[in-house]
Ligand binder design. Structure first.
Ligand code: PMP
Length: 349
């Protein structure tokens, strides 16, 4: 006789949006597949893989390529099976029973979710109505509540807002806690702390290949931290956490620097087009707030969120519904035009 324990008995498997849609703007992915010339490089490399052998446990070639692209020391980098794996791993290994972690709200929900599996106490620091983080108040909360680990995304998923590099540094300097800055969307902004990573003993930065890099299918995430922390992450991770195909393909993709630079510009332009279009539509409506964004998506608040979400689905366009908010990923030019014109139709009915 076996019964699931209390912490897992009511959990359900993660369910992505079901159904097929012409336009997917719900997951903040890169809207286009890798280009033919890079895919040709990947196909060629496939033939070199020894499928009978375990992958390199330290993913050295992949990490060198990542480190060169971002200008960090490879010794500071650990590769994970998506940053999702790294979030779970670090929360479970770097916190002990009875330790406290802090998330900000709203933010990426997995931080909180994994804390419940790890059985650590997780407190929430609420953002104001403007969805900004009051960094001084956050520092006070971390120190006065005896927080051991604080984690948040910068830029933030789902708000699209971010704190500056100077603010992030102030936080890292002033708190008596380990800080995890999840920079999954920092490829679209300028305020990374990656270049300062060697200066801090209490900072881990996450990066992912799932957004700008356009390789969500490979599941590649990275933790960047000083050598003491990096060694500990490498020591606690499962030995063969990143498979050989993802290592080889990731190495190639990060070496295509020009491609990544151009893609970044294209996506940021599409985000601007989406934001400007939404602001124009919201101008005529009393109950819509559109938030400025430094990421590759735009967040908006409206009491008609569910109705709008259903309407877009009826046009084969899917965005992310979050209570009274909608989060819309910047797709291609055509996709952004399509979602704006569908919204225009909705509001002119
Ligand atoms: N962090 C943030 C803030 C995210 O939005 C996401 C993906 N939605 C992740 C981490 C997970 O990224 P990965 O695909 O590398 O697991």
């Amino acid at each position: 006789m076996y019964q699931l324990n209390d912490k897992i008995k009511n959990l359900v498997p993660y369910e992505p949006i079901s159904g097929t849609y012409d336009i997917r703007l719900d997951a903040n992915e890169c809207p286009v597949n890798l280009p033919d010339d890079i895919r040709a490089q990947l196909k060629e490399r496939l033939d070199e893989i020894a499928f009978n052998r375990y992958p390199d446990p330290l993913a050295e070639r992949l990490i060198n390529s990542f480190a060169e692209y971002y200008g960090v020391d490879p010794e500071f980098v650990t590769a994970g099976n998506g940053s999702d794996e790294l979030i779970f791993l670090i929360e479970s290994a770097f916190l002990q029973k009875g330790d406290k972690m802090l998330v900000v709200a709203p933010d990426f929900s997995m931080y909180n979710f994994y804390s419940s599996i790890c059985e650590v106490k997780c407190e929430s620091f609420l953002k104001g109505d403007d969805l900004e983080i009051d960094v001084d108040a956050l520092i006070n909360t971390v120190n006065s509540e005896g927080i051991d680990l604080v984690i948040f995304s910068n830029p933030c998923n789902p708000t699209g807002k971010g704190i500056t590099r100077a603010e992030a540094e102030k936080l890292v300097r002033r708190v008596n806690a380990l800080v995890i800055l999840d920079e999954a969307y920092m490829d679209f902004w300028t305020e990374s702390l990656l270049d300062k990573i060697g200066e801090y003993s209490n900072l881990i930065i996450f990066r992912t290949a799932s957004k700008l890099v356009g390789a969500a299918a490979l599941r590649l995430g990275f933790a960047v931290a000083n050598p003491v922390i990096s060694r500990a992450i490498k020591a606690v991770k499962s030995p063969y956490n990143v498979n050989s195909i993802s290592q080889a393909f990731g190495e190639i993709i990060y070496s295509n620097k020009e491609y990544l630079k151009n893609r970044q510009k294209t996506i940021v332009n599409c985000k601007e087009m989406l934001y400007n279009g939404l602001v124009e539509i919201a101008g005529g409506q009393s109950d819509i707030t559109v938030y400025s964004s430094v990421a590759n998506f735009v967040f908006m608040k409206t009491s008609r969120s569910r109705e709008i979400w259903e309407y877009l689905k009826s046009k084969s366009i899917v965005v992310r519904l979050m209570g009274e908010y909608l989060r819309i990923t910047a797709g291609t030019d055509e996709e952004v035009s399509a979602v704006l014109s569908a919204l225009g139709e909705y509001f002119s009915r």
